[in-house]
Design a protein around this ligand. Structure first.
Ligand code: F6R
Length: 365
């Protein structure tokens, strides 16, 4: 049932083009408004909301980090993101002018479900983004966006994460259409680019030699750092989680601009730094961050867009991804980093599909 792949995790990484296509089909069509059958939010309702909270756990929370940036950008509604187990206990400001978006692959995560119930009790409306039809979260939410990633068996979330991102962009575009915060041309350009993602992800998946080489180089290490700015920081956070849970290598993600404020103290000779660089307006700033760590002896692997030739002058290893809009480029940048985590775990001989101490669905609080 692994379809010829060594692990479910690898199979699921390779299923991402299909998962993306299935999630977008019939919902995202250039020249037409976004079509979300199970979301019943009107322009009047949106005008009434003072803020959106995105609440989730783990990788679903990491998807929410990107969702915040995308959604604020598209709809201009303020969005906050929080971890469900923190949000619950901090007496959040929820009332009937709050829209809550919960994200959960399984639809059964206890803390996320508790947030949904609390929010509804306080009068908020809840949209659920989930991958499991009939799950508790899908049944109790007011509105649902089903990601069509198909069953995810590997404990580390990969294809579900990518489809969560697409779901958040689709909802963001939908809100932008309701609120007229972007022109039809602007939104059409984004829709068209989203629809090219399946083939671009497939292209990335067809060229994995460099990722494997880098995995081979770092598989014996104790600490790895991820560095990113803007949306690349949120991608760095997810890439770091993936590496940690699959390979048991300690890793941390830092915002490039925060380097000087403390973490640069940890950069020493021979340490590996992994840097997604997809945001064109932040590329120069990231390159100076890279120079800073390289001058302290770091080995750098950059993941960047095809036209960014300069980066090869500073980084030891560069993985190029197909070009797209900056807003959606992170969806591509994470793919080689998922593969990196997979191959590091493989070279270490670990149980990739079932990392130690982890469960696929966390139904305890
Ligand atoms: C990480 C991972 C976990 C889950 C988290 C939430 O790869 O899989 O961090 O993302 O337990 O699970 P769901 O999305 O089912 O609520």
């Amino acid at each position: 049932e692994k379809g010829g792949y060594a692990h479910f995790t690898l199979k699921e990484i390779y299923e991402q083009p299909k998962a993306l296509r299935d999630t977008m089909t019939s919902r995202i069509v250039p020249g037409q408004p976004i079509k979300l059958d199970d979301i019943h939010i009107t322009r009047e309702m949106l005008l009434h909301y003072s803020r959106i909270y995105i609440v989730a756990c783990g990788t679903a929370y990491n998807a929410g980090l990107i969702g915040k940036v995308a959604m604020e950008n598209l709809s201009r509604i303020p969005v906050e993101v929080d971890v469900a187990s923190e949000f619950r206990y901090r007496n959040p400001l929820i009332d009937n002018r709050t829209l809550v978006i919960t994200i959960s692959q399984s639809g059964e995560t206890a803390d996320t479900l508790a947030v949904l119930r609390d929010a509804q009790t306080k009068g908020a409306r809840v949209i659920a983004i989930t991958n499991v039809v009939g799950s508790s979260i899908s049944r109790e939410a007011d509105d649902v966006f089903y990601t069509w990633a198909g069953p995810e068996i590997g404990v580390a979330s990969t294809k579900a994460y990518l489809t969560m991102l697409v779901a958040l962009y689709a909802i963001g575009i939908h809100f932008a259409e309701l609120l007229d915060t972007k022109t039809a041309e602007e939104l059409d350009a984004i829709k068209k680019e989203l629809l090219t993602l399946p083939e671009k992800v497939a292209e990335i998946l067809a060229h994995v030699e460099k990722v494997k080489d880098f995995a081979q180089r770092i598989h014996g290490e104790k600490d790895v750092f991820f560095l990113g700015r803007g949306l690349d920081y949120q991608i760095a956070v997810e890439a770091s989680l993936k590496l940690k849970e699959l390979s048991y290598i300690h890793s941390e993600a830092y915002a490039g601009g925060e380097l000087k404020h403390g973490s640069i103290a940890l950069i020493e000779d021979g340490i590996s730094v992994i840097a997604p660089i997809t945001q064109r307006d932040l590329t120069e700033k990231m390159q100076s961050n890279i120079k800073e760590v390289v001058s302290r002896g770091a080995k750098v692997m950059a993941v960047t867009y095809a036209e960014n030739e300069d980066v090869a002058k500073y980084a030891d290893e560069v993985i190029y991804i197909p070009s797209t809009l900056d807003l959606i480029a992170p969806i591509l940048a994470v793919v080689p980093l998922q593969l990196l985590a997979y191959y590091v775990a493989l070279y270490k001989g670990l149980d990739v599909d079932k990392p130690r101490n982890l469960a696929k669905s966390v139904t305890v609080e």
